[in-house]
Design a protein around this ligand. Structure first.
Ligand SMILES: [Ca+2]
Ligand SMILES: [Ca+2]
Ligand SMILES: [Ca+2]
Ligand SMILES: [Ca+2]
Length: 596
């Protein structure tokens, strides 16, 4: 299997010259000595012990965001779908900040204003609401978000999807954002859902894919009743689908709608989640789009500005029974260290989470049952979901945020509940998962109506924490406690020829035992949400990796290798310049941090 990873790392360069953009130089391998850790004081290296658990620290962190669905009894469909949460470091201080998307009151029923919320990480376990000074106090019926530095100026920009008009906020660099939607030409419209920034043509500029759900308006709202008497939220089957929109970044602050030109126009889709995957390892990014009650889509990048829909042949369009499931959130990772990225899709109640193993040759097989995640997730309606290595053993684990769409579902299905516990699966290796949902902190067992979910190391102590948004309710910040008993390497990629966020860059870590772990820098994923961009590599037992080899393959095709990298650092790799920053990770958490 290790040879496959070599193929992965080298595959980009196996492509014929005609498949590379004309402006690209031939790739080269650069070896740089690792820079010494820059920390000026000795951080706390006392390692925690005890069982790993998640602790609800929302209140002590100062996060008071509450989602407003605008619901007032009419049961308009969009009310039950929002909203997402995105992690970003908007001020480049090395601490991950949080953006919550919000809805608003419906026209004619306006009782209070509600905005998205931007929370600045204060470096001490607390966050500060900076929405107003950031210029983000804009009322909209928001759904999801996508963060990307579309103009490569070194500052993360924010795209928020909403009903009837999305917003692009340019990061001005002084903690302020400016709404440049119309100038950029990315307002879109309709029922936008999951969005994602990625460079489909490898020209170094991030392009923008925006999923759409259904044709819906207040005037066209259908009436459904689960109990035959009272109005309930309808299923999307009663509405026509709506095509995604795809924008090519022209590089002058403007975007061109290339949906049809790229072969992505599809009004039959009812899309929610979208994830990046290079499933055929050719160095060109493909897209997985989860559809609700319609077949999922897997768009294979043809290297010429077009995509070919491949989900049916790949085996991910339908369930094994041939049924289109209700796909919500999505993610991709090499969860079984096969060298190839697998897929994860959150589905409706009684449909289970879907885990697809990448068999190679463009084919996937459903390993939900064999992996052990199908049964524990059977009754869950999963929205946000992702792979993350919460115990730092090098194996991607799974988190799922659940909650039903119908607040009255228990009336007709007593075993199904509106508010549901969250799910945590620990990767045991060999493609098997253990259900840890009842062993990793009471907060995971508390039923909530979850929607968005994302991870980040908010306290810079080396382990991945979680943020969850709920429908018409409060957000939750879940701190990972004791997850950092193993060694870790965190990697931030900064592109120069490639897009500055390094989205699409593949980083392979070779441990002292010869094990190869790889991840791709990616945004989007989960449900209407986005996790942090830096990659976290779990390295297992403390001291087991005195010197790590690391290789990065950039979207530009450039390949760089490093050896002798020390564990327990957060490093920044700049394309063509090597490791430009390194900081020792303090296992004591925020209080042990030193200034950069
Ligand atoms: Ca920050
Ligand atoms: Ca920017
Ligand atoms: Ca591009
Ligand atoms: Ca942490």
């Amino acid at each position: 299997m290790l040879c496959l990873l070599s193929v992965l790392a080298g595959c980009k360069h196996a492509a014929s010259p005609s498949e590379q953009p004309a402006s690209q130089p031939s790739p080269s391998v650069v070896s740089s000595p690792p820079v010494q850790t820059q920390a000026t004081a000795t951080p706390s290296q006392a390692r925690p012990s005890g069982p790993i658990h998640f602790t609800d620290v929302t209140a002590e962190a100062g996060i008071h965001f509450k989602h407003n669905s605008g619901a007032f009894g009419q049961k308009y469909l969009p009310e039950t779908m929002g909203s997402g949460v995105c992690v970003l470091d908007y001020d480049n201080d090395g601490w991950q900040d949080i953006l919550f998307v919000n809805g608003m009151d419906w026209p004619g029923h306006h009782t209070h204003t509600s905005y998205p919320a931007l929370y600045h990480n204060e470096h001490n376990g607390t966050f500060k609401d900076v929405t107003k000074e950031a210029g983000l106090a804009v009322e909209m019926y928001g759904m999801g978000c996508a963060v990307g530095d579309y103009d490569n100026d070194g500052r993360e920009d924010i795209y928020i999807t909403a009903l009837d008009g999305n917003h692009l906020f340019h990061n001005e660099g002084n903690g302020k954002f400016v709404d440049i939607t119309r100038k950029a030409g990315v307002r879109d419209g309709g029922f936008s859902t999951g969005a994602i920034w990625f460079d489909y043509d490898n020209d170094g500029k991030l392009d923008l894919f925006v999923s759409h759900y259904i044709e819906w308006s207040i005037a066209a709202d259908q009436t459904c009743a689960l109990d035959g008497k009272h109005k309930s939220y309808c299923t999307p089957e009663l509405y026509k689908g709506q095509s995604a929109t795809f924008y090519h970044n022209l590089g002058n602050g403007r975007f061109e709608d290339v949906t049809k030109k790229a072969g992505l126009y599809d009004p039959t889709s009812k899309s929610l989640g979208v994830a990046l995957v290079d499933f055929d390892n050719d160095g060109w990014l493909d897209l997985l789009v989860a559809n609700d009650t319609q077949p999922n889509k897997l768009y294979r990048n043809n290297h010429n500005g077009t995509f070919t829909e491949s989900a049916v042949t790949a085996g991910v369009a339908y369930s094994d029974a041939g049924k289109a499931r209700a796909g919500m959130g999505v993610d991709s990772a090499d969860y079984d260290l096969s060298g190839r990225p697998g897929l994860l899709i959150g589905n409706f109640a009684n449909e289970s989470l879907a885990l697809y193993h990448n068999d190679g040759d463009g084919l996937f097989s459903d390993h939900s049952v064999a992996s052990g995640i199908a049964s524990p997730s059977a009754t869950s309606l999963t929205f946000g979901t992702f792979f993350f290595d919460y115990d730092l053993d090098g194996l991607p684990d799974i988190f799922a945020a659940n909650g039903h769409v119908a607040d009255d579902i228990s009336v007709i299905q007593p075993t199904i509940h509106y508010a549901e516990p969250q799910l945590l699966f620990r990767n045991r290796g060999n493609g098997k998962y253990e259900d840890m949902s009842h062993k990793a902190g009471q907060t995971l067992e508390q039923p909530i109506v979850a929607r968005g979910a994302a991870y980040a190391d908010f306290d810079n102590d080396g382990d991945l924490d979680v943020v969850v948004s709920t429908n018409n309710g409060p957000a939750k910040l879940l701190r990972n406690d004791n997850g950092n008993q193993n060694d870790v390497l965190r990697v931030k990629a900064v592109g120069t020829r490639s897009n500055r966020d390094g989205i699409g860059a593949k980083v392979t870590v070779t441990t002292s035992s010869g094990q190869r772990l790889w991840q791709m820098v990616h945004d989007g994923s989960s449900y209407l949400s986005q996790s942090e961009l830096p990659l976290t590599f779990g390295l297992g037992r403390p001291g087991s990796n005195p010197a790590i080899s690391l290789q990065i393959v950039w979207p530009s095709g450039k390949k760089e290798s490093f050896s002798g990298v020390k564990a327990n650092q957060a490093i920044t790799i700049e394309e063509g310049k090597g490791i430009v920053a390194a900081q020792t990770i303090s296992f004591g958490g925020a209080t042990g941090q030193t200034a950069r």
